[in-house]
Design a protein around this ligand. Structure first.
Ligand SMILES: Nc1nc2c(ncn2[C@@H]2O[C@H](COP(=O)(O)OP(=O)(O)O)[C@@H](O)[C@H]2O)c(=O)[nH]1
Ligand SMILES: [Mg+2]
Length: 683
């Protein structure tokens, strides 16, 4: 039986197209887990198996793939993650449940924005990393430059292997830990690099360093122990090199993963909350501890329905038992436990702490949820789900397909928690929010492929708001209909004034002496609220940030009723809004743009042409991170803009910040558009 100490769970992370999937294939082949090496270029990858990943010219990973395999008595699970920010959410969540990562970068080009982004996410997730400089057989491959580019990211790289030749002349690698087969002309360089490695290792441990300084050397075993300590502590980033597609340098990487990356036992106990009461419980990776697990991923599988990928944190998970979803409090029946192998699976009887397993058809269990034993369990903190940055209005292409679209989208949202479907009340549109334009478009493509429904995507309407800019006092709202039949009578006097941005709406009852009967005052408020929802006087957007004071009124002992005062409230409020100089508010977004240094000037220039205000900019490796605020209306299709400015090297994150008064020309345009729409509707 495998020991927890022999388990390794790791992700391949890095910038798009630097060779993560190819490297994963090479590792699986080197470990004997696959008979033939899979290749992304001819669609034979064991990891990129979705049609969206295999079709078209622009092949790339859109969803993380998991592959469990054995090698040298160890049980390894590899997760190949997407590098594109559109699909990174998937890998970002899974990273939390893994213990290590291999940061893949290209020998031609070195570290890029995505290298930096993913290495930060790995650190945040507590995953320890090695780096692999891939593509040493490429033109312009430069190992030393690639190592330096990692140092520029604030990492502390130390070579563990050296390339023999590069580009067309790339012949192999020298492993500095065993230094077998060193070509004569590389002997000196290899000795120096070995010395540097030993020194770096010694520096990670005070006793080792002392010994090294006194005796001038330490044993290989001691060096390895120092290295392990430095890597696990995040002080050192060992760097290996090779070529994934040519299968060079792979056995050394496999060995480094096994020797240097932490096992779930090294990671130790996880803190959790007791199911009842306060305090903290430590869940240790022991087979007989209370069971707990995290859901790293949910996938819709053609054969098994929904598949949930679990990381067992503590205790033992058995097939066909039942557990508690600590996030929802619901009991969950376990089905068969499966060991994921790309698109295929192998059945397991039980899963040990640290193991990653797939389970089919777990009811209502979602990505990020914490599972635990029904008795004596504890609740692990849920996995944080990254927030979407971009929304599109989505609708069925053919009328009558709406229900089908919603049901199918519901399934996809289940699978991909970084997607969100909401309805914007003020515009009536359904908005699909995701990590980027490509993410949303790929979702539309999946809807067609998996559920055979076609949708239309539109840039969403901007949710403008309206407000007032000055105080108006004592505005009359009157309903008087007392001729024939049952009479209606109600009068209110309203004072309307602007409130601070973001404060919403306030209704103050200042009626004294029964000018409006107590029981009928809520009717006035109701009339005001209905007007707010129906929209303001400019363009029909909801009215915000106003205080309405009901200061006086008149009533009739027979003809006054709820309806009369509701209408009086509505009439009075409408009149007051017109008089209080209404204005338009537009949503302002906070945006963080990461751009390669050479494109920073263009990115800034473009932001200011979009009425953006740059708040700060900060160097981060070879890139600059710009913080700015920009009106939402100007930045709806920023993805393609940034891609063209930065040649695909830029990334951004955007979230709603606040509403601000729109400048006059924007207001006039929006008002004119609303007027046009009203005439179209009326005709
Ligand atoms: N010459 C060369 N090409 C490689 C190497 N590794 C990957 N590639 C190619 O680079 C492209 C992107 O590889 P892929 O594995 O999909 O990258 P990913 O986006 O990081 O997963 C593919 O066309 C691969 O064939 C390598 O070591 N040498
Ligand atoms: Mg890939």
């Amino acid at each position: 039986m495998t020991d927890v100490a022999d388990i390794r769970n790791f992700a391949l992370i890095g910038h798009s197209h630097d060779g993560k999937t190819s490297l994963a294939e090479a590792l699986l082949h080197a470990a004997g887990a696959t008979h033939e090496i899979g290749r992304v270029d001819d669609g034979t990858s064991h990891l990129d198996t979705l049609p969206e990943e295999k079709e078209g010219h622009n092949r790339h990973t859109i969803s993380s793939s998991v592959f469990g395999f054995e090698h040298d008595g160890r049980r390894l699970t590899l997760v190949d993650t997407p590098g594109d920010p559109n699909f990174q959410g998937d890998g970002q969540i899974a990273l939390r449940g893994l213990d290590g990562g291999v940061l893949v970068l290209s020998a031609a080009g070195g570290a890029k924005v995505g290298t930096d982004r993913m290495s930060r996410l790995a650190r945040e997730a507590g995953a320890v990393c090695l780096a692999f400089v891939n593509g040493m057989d490429r033109e312009h491959a430069d190992f030393d430059a690639a190592v330096e580019s990692l140092r520029k990211l604030g990492l502390n790289p130390v070579p563990l292997t050296l390339p023999v030749g590069s580009g067309d002349d790339f012949r192999g690698i020298v492993d500095l830990l065993d230094r077998k087969e060193v070509p004569a002309d590389l002997q000196e360089t290899a000795d120096r690099a070995h010395q540097q490695l030993i020194e770096s290792a010694a520096e990670c441990d005070d006793t080792l360093l002392e010994k090294y300084l006194e005796e001038g050397e330490i044993s290989e075993e001691e060096a390895l122990a120092g290295l392990v300590k430095g890597v696990h502590g995040g002080q050192l980033l060992p760097v290996l090199c090779g070529a994934a597609t040519a299968e060079i340098g792979i056995p050394s990487l496999l060995r480094a993963i096994e020797r240097l990356l932490p096992s779930p036992a090294d990671r130790g106990a996880w803190s959790a909350a007791p199911l009842e009461g306060d305090g903290e419980i430590e869940l240790s990776p022991e087979p007989d501890a209370p069971f707990s697990a995290l859901v790293l991923k949910t996938a819709i599988d053609r054969y098994s329905g929904t598949l949930s990928l679990l990381r067992v944190v503590s205790g033992t998970l058995r097939a066909d038992g039942s557990v508690l979803d600590a996030t929802t409090g619901e009991r969950v029946r376990m089905g068969k436990l499966l060991r994921p192998r790309g698109a295929e699976h192998e059945e397991l009887g039980e899963a040990l702490p640290g193991q990653i397993v797939a389970v089919a058809k777990l009811k209502d269990v979602r990505t990020g949820h914490a599972l635990t034993a029904e008795k004596g369990g504890a609740r692990l903190p849920e996995l944080p789900i990254p927030e979407g940055v971009l929304s599109y209005a989505i609708s069925a292409k053919s009328k009558g397909d709406e229900d089908k679209v919603h049901a199918s989208l519901g399934r996809l949202v289940e699978e991909d928690p970084t997607l969100r479907l909401t309805r914007e009340a003020s515009t009536g549109e359904f908005l699909l929010t995701g990590m980027g334009e490509l993410h949303i478009r790929t979702t539309a493509h999946k809807l067609k492929r998996m559920f055979d429904v076609e949708v239309e995507l539109k840039t969403p309407k901007v949710p403008y708001r309206e407000t007032v800019t000055r105080k108006v006092e004592n505005v009359e709202g009157k309903l008087k209909k007392q001729t024939g039949g049952k009479g209606m009578f109600g009068v209110c006097y309203l004072t309307v004034e602007p409130m601070e941005r973001g404060s919403g709406f306030e209704f103050v009852d200042e009626i004294v002496g029964g000018a409006i009967p107590r029981a009928l005052i809520p009717a006035v408020e109701k009339g005001v609220l209905e007007t707010i929802e129906a929209g303001g006087p400019l363009a029909g957007y909801p009215v915000v940030d106003v205080r309405v004071r009901c200061i006086d009124g008149k009533h009739h002992s027979v003809d006054s009723n709820e309806m009369a005062f509701k209408l009086a409230g509505s009439f009075g409020f409408k009149a007051a809004l017109e008089a209080a100089r209404p204005t338009l508010l537009e949503p302002i977004m906070n945006i963080e743009v990461t751009a390669p240094d050479e494109a920073v000037g263009d990115v800034m220039g473009d932001l200011s042409s979009r009425r953006g205000r740059v708040q700060s900019s900060e160097a981060r490796g070879n890139a600059t991170v710009i913080q700015a605020t920009v009106p939402m209306a100007e930045i709806l299709e920023y993805q393609s803009v940034l891609t063209s400015i930065t040649g695909g090297q830029g990334a951004f994150h955007m979230e709603f910040a606040h509403y601000d008064e729109a400048p006059a020309q924007v207001r006039e345009k929006v008002v004119a558009e609303a007027a046009k729409e009203r005439t179209v509707e009326a005709s």
